[in-house]
Write a protein that binds this ligand. Structure first.
Ligand SMILES: Nc1ncnc2c1ncn2[C@@H]1O[C@H](COP(=O)(O)OP(=O)(O)OP(=O)(O)O)[C@@H](O)[C@H]1O
Ligand SMILES: [Mg+2]
Ligand SMILES: [Zn+2]
Length: 257
């Protein structure tokens, strides 16, 4: 099939413009669009979230009025972060909240908006990244695994999804600390999501257990899983957004079907 040739620039990617009587070249929209499309393809966004945007993030629900209002404020805040990207003081974004409250959806919406502005971004699932880095030490593994660590360090914008999920080992703590420290020291933007509680984000880290007759229970915190140093740098470099207690969107969707 013949490719459509852009009528504005005849496929050259530049337009010649006349300004104050002087002609000059400017990148055509088609070149910008195709760059954004290419960057989006390379970002590694999982299929389920490839269409996630601010427009299809719903803030109307049966939830209580306050949670709903908070949700639309958060949507606005994350959208502003993406629109004004990059910000000098706090280049990162950390979304904390319960499962199914829309953290990954919003994080991807922000990443896609940032990519749309021409910044290369990379999506990494935390567990998957660690698995790849670990297997990268194995001589038999592929080049892409060996490079995962470098990718996470060097990506212009990194989305680290589900930070702190599963397993804690000294190795994990060291690896994640080195990635976050490197990015923080070099002011490289990081967008992260987690469902681990953190006292500084207003989470209760002690609660009465529902299954052991109301005994006091200590919840595993973000710092427990990624270590105090990574956690502290993360808070320093990120705008921290706490998701409201809305109903799990996955359950809500399956109930509606
Ligand atoms: N407000 C919303 N409007 C539209 N879709 C939503 C909304 N919140 C969540 N979803 C959708 O529901 C599903 C679950 O949301 P998401 O994965 O963002 O939750 P999460 O907070 O990241 O959960 P987890 O902590 O388990 O990773 C996704 O398919 C997402 O697109
Ligand atoms: Mg998620
Ligand atoms: Zn063109």
């Amino acid at each position: 099939m013949a490719q459509d040739i852009c009528p504005l620039c005849n496929g050259i990617g530049f337009k010649i413009l006349l300004r104050d009587g002087i002609s000059g070249a400017e990148r055509c929209e088609c070149a910008l669009e195709s760059r954004a499309a290419r960057l989006e393809e390379q970002a590694g966004i999982p299929l389920l979230y490839q269409k996630a945007s601010f427009d299809n993030f719903s803030t109307t629900s049966k939830d209580n009025e306050m949670a709903r209002r908070e949700l639309s404020e958060i949507r606005m805040m994350v959208m502003t972060y993406a629109n004004k990207f990059p910000s000098e003081s706090q280049p990162g974004l950390l979304l904390i909240g319960e499962p199914g409250t829309g953290k990954t959806h919003l994080a991807v919406a922000a990443l896609r908006r940032i990519i749309d502005k021409g910044f290369p971004g990379l999506f990494f699932d935390y567990q998957n990244l660690l698995d790849r880095i670990r297997s990268g030490y194995n001589a038999a593994s592929g080049a892409s695994d060996r490079e995962a660590y470098r990718f996470a360090m060097d990506a212009e914008v990194l989305l680290l999804d589900d930070l702190g999920a599963h397993r804690v080992t000294e190795w994990v703590e060291d690896t994640i600390t080195s990635i976050i420290t490197y990015r923080c020291n070099n002011k490289k933007p990081l967008i992260a999501t987690t469902n681990l509680p953190d006292a500084d984000a207003g989470d209760a880290i002690v609660r009465r257990s529902p299954d052991t007759a109301g005994q006091i229970e200590y919840r595993t915190t973000l710092a427990d899983r990624i270590g105090g140093r990574a956690r502290s740098r993360l808070f320093e470099m990120c705008r921290v957004v706490k998701m409201p207690l809305v109903e799990d969107y996955r359950l809500r969707k399956s109930a509606a079907m």
